[in-house]
Write a protein that binds this ligand. Structure first.
Ligand code: ADP
Length: 505
């Protein structure tokens, strides 16, 4: 800790990085945007500017895509033996760990999340997925397939499949886990042999730029394999999604923008994977370990300030324990220390931006107007320039309320009791949403847990836990929560094409 930024103690690495011009990274070089335009990046705890970044647009995207295209078509990356490719990806994981402290600080400064959480979760999960995917580089395989071909009697064939890299991929990522979302995207794309144009979120571009600088300084990747274009969504994200020389776009963000991405991608029918919003139910049965369920349900909604696509934002607790559960969660909510993420005693930082602050505080007001009762929190405060919303528990909510229907993406949980233990009914309530990302079930009855898990229409179901992620577990959504899966070996399907080859013997 040798330097000071906005009165925070930061490492030398962070202060050096912040003092530099933030450019685009295209074809292995740092360059200004063609237009010369920039945008400002703020500290969400104070609203003060901490950096200025190049604002890329369609011209810069075009250059970046051409660089990625050249790198892919020339075989610069695909011709590297897969064991060597795996070692490179592993080394990127090591570099993330080596720079853990400064990456955690940058993440906290830029996103507002507690620096302790960024250090304990975001950074190690980012290096972990690099290592997990490093192992997959040597295991992306085809199959041999016995074929019959009834219309060529007597002929003999040898058929096999090849799993090949899909090509140039555009990756558009959000602001809630900036470094981790970059790692979730880069690691499998690199393992599969793709080349990349990454567009970080305009609210939080810093950790992506710093990791790119670290990778560039290491010389691990050939020029053009990774390109990073910062900029606004419509100016830089949209042309990337629409670009005719991009073979695939991978997007994480809002369902609304996900729909725009699919439209933009239609021109060349590029492959699309989407990890979108959610409105995940947390369902607590009367036989559950209620204390564990209370702690789990609180963390399900308050972790990362509720800015998680899988946040447990709809709480269903059986009427026998409903009061105990809402009181318990409220007590936890009231005990959470809200403050600047860079303060190591902070447990919940500010929301990422004024836009989010307005959106989430607007939902709190609309919840009150629609008859919801606030049992904890409900306070929001931007007097200091920061975007602070206190953890909030609403009871007396129902499925017709906007608060319950729409994704809030803030620390606001809507609690509703249920009386009937009929699993069909519970599942139907839990599934009464356009989303289908995640759910958690809290009970000691394993039969109930597994039966209900099967009935829930979501990509993830946690039993007696919530927010358990691993590089090896596929994550993604049913319904309007997305297409395809992130992580696990399943994600490699997003980044590969399957070719069937048949030889007439
Ligand atoms: P949020 O609403 O939570 O800010 P978004 O879905 O708007 O999340 O943003 C996620 C990512 O999508 C960001 O990198 C953002 O710049 C980008 N983005 C926003 N609008 C578009 C668009 N029209 N086309 C492509 N990308 C976009």
């Amino acid at each position: 800790m040798d330097a000071t930024i906005l009165n925070y103690n930061v490492s030398d690495g962070v202060s050096n990085f912040l003092s530099k011009n933030k450019q685009l990274y295209i074809d292995g070089k740092w360059v200004d945007s063609k237009s010369g335009k920039t945008f400002e990046v703020e500290d969400p705890a104070t609203g003060k500017q901490i950096a200025t970044c190049a604002a890329g647009d369609s011209n810069d995207i075009d250059l970046a895509v051409k660089a990625a295209r050249k790198a892919f078509d020339s075989g610069k990356w695909t011709s590297i033996p897969t064991n060597e490719r795996g070692k490179i990806i592993w080394k990127i994981g090591d570099l993330i760990d080596k720079h853990a402290e400064e990456l955690a600080q940058l993440e906290s400064l830029d996103n507002g999340k507690p620096v302790t959480i960024a250090g304990a979760a975001d950074v190690p999960l980012s290096s972990d997925i690099m290592r997990y995917m490093a192992g997959w580089a040597t295991k992306i395989e085809g199959e041999t397939i016995p074929i019959s071909v009834p219309y060529t009697p007597g002929a003999q064939y040898h058929s096999y499949t090849l799993r090949e890299p899909v090509g140039v991929v555009g990756q558009i990522i959000p602001w809630n886990f900036p470094l981790l979302m970059m790692a979730w995207k880069l690691a499998p794309a690199l393992a599969a042999g793709c080349t990349i144009v990454l567009k970080p979120a305009e609210q939080t571009p810093l950790s992506a730029l710093r990791l790119t600088e670290i990778i560039n300084d290491s010389g691990l990747l050939p020029e053009g394999v990774l390109n990073v274009v910062t900029g606004l969504g419509e100016a830089a994200g949209a042309p990337l999604a629409a670009h005719p020389e991009v073979d695939k776009v991978a997007f994480t963000g809002s369902t609304e923008v996900g729909k725009l991405i699919t439209q933009a991608s239609a021109g060349n029918l590029k492959k699309v994977s989407l990890e979108l919003g959610g409105k995940s139910p947390t369902i607590i049965f009367p036989d559950a370990d209620v204390d564990a369920a209370i702690a789990g349900a609180a963390s399900a909604i308050f972790f990362n300030h509720g800015q998680c696509c899988c946040a447990g934002s709809r709480l269903f607790a059986h009427e026998k324990i409903f009061e105990k559960v809402t009181e318990g969660i409220s007590k936890i909510a009231e005990g959470i220390k809200v403050g600047p993420g860079m303060d190591t005693s902070t447990e919940m930082g500010p929301l990422v931006s004024d836009e989010q602050f307005q959106k989430v505080s607007g939902y709190i007001e609309s919840g009150k107007q629609e008859g919801g009762e606030i049992v904890a929190g409900g306070k929001y405060d931007n007097a200091s320039g920061g975007h602070f919303v206190h953890p909030t528990v609403f009871s007396k909510t129902n499925a017709d309320m906007t608060l319950v229907k729409e994704e809030i993406f803030g620390p606001v949980v809507c609690a509703q009791p249920f009386s009937d233990e009929n699993l069909e009914k519970i599942a139907s309530e839990a599934n009464n949403t356009n989303f289908g990302l995640a759910a958690s079930i809290w009970t000691k009855n394993i039969s109930v847990a597994h039966k209900l898990a099967a009935k829930i229409r979501s990509g993830t179901v946690w039993i007696n836990c919530h927010n358990i992620f691993d590089a090896s577990l596929p994550f993604g959504g049913y319904k309007e929560s997305g297409w395809g899966r992130e992580m696990g070996h399943e994600v490699l399907k997003n980044y590969t094409e399957l070719k069937a080859i048949t030889v007439n013997l």
